[in-house]
Design a protein around this ligand. Structure first.
Ligand code: C2O
Ligand code: CU
Ligand code: CU
Length: 485
């Protein structure tokens, strides 16, 4: 039997198509894929064969109904089995049976109500990351949905467009619950975004990236702080290919990993245009050759595949983080398979952001964890999370500058504020790069680094979290509470 690898090398040797540039490879897979016997060829032991399956599009969740004012959804958290690897299916935890969860599309000033039904055996709490919602709909870790019960969350959507993310947040369980699948996308749009001639419809694609480690039985292996999660998934499939037309695509990227940071680039180093970040569009597009995303960050990019001849492909690479390059150095492959009309454009101005008000207060936040030891502690301002304690008192309707420092010499962290989208004023003493100059809710901090950010607390009063979004650091204690009053 001919293996896929040898089929590829045979085709290469006979020179079916010319190489068109460094990192750009002729698309050979079409006829290979047509041979069913080779499609599921076993991978060498310990690794997962790449570019064997298409990247699925995440299903869009439709409202169960509409009241005069709101879209009403009913979602069920339930166990399911996903065909992730060749061989036995993987047990996963899901929203509505999907791994990862579905996409909800919402419009600004048009409220969404979601009844979440917990049909799992663990408590859950659903957090809409990046959203301004009342405290009782924020999915607070102590405010859980017990197995067999339901809870209704209210999302007023009184904020500009943004690629939001819903995920589990149940205290001490969130890291494992999200790892096992409790993650979904929530794309909030508004008139500003809709007026732009950006790629849309089938040319606007959500890609949820993450890592995982599987055991010999194809089950997700979970261990706190595991540094061997070396299988990369895009929309729940390891190293998929994605067939595209030779035109512009808007890719809405989410790093849904527990800890892993990605630094993404196209294998031929050709340009990517970043148009948005956590809190929606940047003020102007920014052309770069790489996009770094720590856990929880989102990036909105446009890739123009018209530069590639039909019949070629280009790999999306990752150039940072732990693991052998063979496993963690490539994520997915774009196969350019047809031409298409492209009326889309990237305007030179995407949005305006309001000027920042004068800050009422400045405060500092220090993130640190023990490096080494069997059960390393993780702290904000040298304290472990205590849900009873308020760590920051904030006056409603004021603006604050927070100076956040990663006090570790080796460990990376990032920093997430619930409730608000903030602006980055400085990173390591310098103005933020263009990709970080829009609205953000999560920001990476390299060892020893300091970031200054400014937020306005004018939406809701009450208690909200701030924490490192490397979930296992949060579980270990790197989480705190602010009280806006
Ligand atoms: Cu993604 Cu506390 O949140
Ligand atoms: Cu959040
Ligand atoms: Cu951390």
């Amino acid at each position: 039997m001919i293996t896929r690898r040898s089929a590829l090398s045979v085709t290469l040797a006979t020179g079916g198509a010319a190489l068109t540039g460094a990192g750009l490879t002729p698309l050979l897979a079409a006829h290979v894929r047509a041979q069913p016997t080779t499609a599921n060829a076993p991978a060498p032991p310990g690794t997962v064969a790449k570019f064997q399956r298409p990247m699925p599009l995440l299903p869009e969740k439709k409202p169960a109904g509409r009241t005069g004012t709101s879209d009403v959804y009913v979602m069920t958290m339930k166990p399911a089995r996903a065909q992730i690897l060749p061989g036995p299916p993987t047990d996963v935890l899901t929203y509505d049976g999907h791994f990862p969860g579905p996409v909800i599309r919402a419009r600004a000033h048009h409220p969404v109500v979601i009844r979440q039904r917990n049909r799992l055996t663990v408590p859950t709490a659903v957090h809409l990351h990046g959203a301004a919602v009342r405290p009782d709909s924020d999915g607070d870790p102590m405010d859980v949905i017990e197995p067999g019960t339901d809870r209704v969350y209210h999302y007023p959507n009184r904020q500009p467009h943004a690629p939001l993310w819903f995920h589990d947040h149940a205290h001490h369980l969130e890291a494992e619950n999200v790892y096992r699948g409790l993650s979904g996308s929530y794309l909030l749009t508004d008139a500003t975004e809709r007026a732009l001639p950006l790629p849309r419809g089938r040319y606007e694609v959500v890609i949820a990236l993450r890592d995982a480690r599987f055991d010999d039985g194809n089950q997700l292996a979970y261990a706190m702080g595991d540094r061997a999660r070396n299988t990369l998934l895009a929309n729940g499939v390891p190293y998929p290919y994605f067939q595209v037309a030779a035109r512009k695509y808007r890719l809405r990227l989410l790093n849904a990993s527990n800890q892993r940071r990605f630094d993404l680039r196209l294998a031929d180093n050709s340009p990517l245009t970043q148009i948005g970040s956590d809190g929606g569009l940047l003020t102007a597009p920014h052309t770069t050759d790489h996009i770094a995303m720590s856990a929880g960050e989102r990036a909105d990019i446009v890739v123009d595949f018209s530069r590639y001849p039909v019949g070629t492909s280009v790999v999306l690479k990752n150039t940072t983080g732990t693991g052998p390059a063979e496993e963690t150095g490539e994520i997915l492959r774009f196969d350019v398979v047809r031409t298409a009309h492209d009326p889309s454009r990237i305007p030179a101005r995407l949005r305006t952001l309001p000027p920042l008000p004068r800050p009422a207060t400045e405060r500092t936040v220090v993130l640190r964890m023990d490096e080494g030891g069997e059960h390393p502690g993780a702290y904000i301002d040298e304290k472990e999370y205590d849900p009873q304690r308020v760590d920051a008192q904030i006056k409603f309707n004021t603006s604050e500058i927070w100076t956040v420092t990663n006090a570790n010499a080796r460990a990376e962290h990032n920093f997430h504020l619930h409730l608000v989208q903030f602006r980055v004023l400085e990173r390591a003493g310098r103005p933020p790069g263009p990709g970080e100059s829009g609205l953000k809710d999560t920001i990476h901090l390299a060892p020893g680094e300091t970031v200054r950010l400014q937020a306005v607390f004018d939406s809701y009063r009450g208690r909200y979290l701030y924490h490192c979004h490397m979930f296992e650091h949060g579980v270990r204690g790197m989480m705190a509470t602010m009280h806006i009053r």
